[in-house]
Design a protein around this ligand. Structure first.
Ligand SMILES: [Zn+2]
Length: 175
């Protein structure tokens, strides 16, 4: 993608990539990335279908402490409340002043929170330049893995086999 960007002279936006990978790509010169929250129409029907099916059953909430979304059954706001409280809640403009139950039951609020987190992650990342960025990201990835390993098992099942855990492990090797 970096080559594509150089070749076209236009910014290449990586769509639908997880946040830590997006940051790694920006670190390597990609212009930007999107979570795809507002750009699902770029994808084919099959993709939308799968997304909708899983979307009906599960919600994803981004936790900066683990550089990842944690997934919980949509109807199980108690599960969300436990994870949310474990990480000390969120003070972003969409969550502040709301109870975990209020946040956990509203799709829109969760999506806005996730979007806000992505913007803030990119902002924080952009405060660094060159090698500093990679050092910063390495630290974040190390902390995220440590934090994922430390979540008590009665709050959320082991995350070791999830895609984002594997992604963080891979980024740790690559960065
Ligand atoms: Zn929030």
């Amino acid at each position: 993608m970096v080559n594509l960007q150089k070749y076209t002279g236009k910014p290449v936006i990586a769509l639908k990539v997880p946040i830590p990978l997006g940051l790694a790509l920006i670190g390597k010169g990609i212009h930007g990335f999107s979570l795809g929250l507002a750009s699902i129409d770029y994808f084919d029907e099959q993709y939308i279908k799968e997304e909708k099916d899983s979307f009906n059953l599960y919600s994803k909430f981004y936790f900066p402490q683990v550089l990842s979304f944690l997934t919980y059954p949509k109807k199980d706001t108690f599960a969300f409340e436990q994870i949310y409280s474990y990480f000390g809640g969120c003070n972003c403009k969409w969550c502040v002043g709301k109870t975990p139950i209020e946040i956990g039951t509203g799709d829109k609020g969760i999506q806005l929170h996730n979007w806000q987190m992505m913007l803030e992650e990119v902002d924080k990342f952009n405060q660094y330049e060159g090698d500093e960025r990679i050092i910063y990201l390495k630290k974040r990835v190390d902390n995220a893995l440590h934090n994922l390993d430390s979540i008590p098992k009665d709050i959320i099942a082991s995350q070791k086999n999830t895609d984002y855990y594997k992604l963080l492990k891979n980024l740790k090797k690559i960065l």
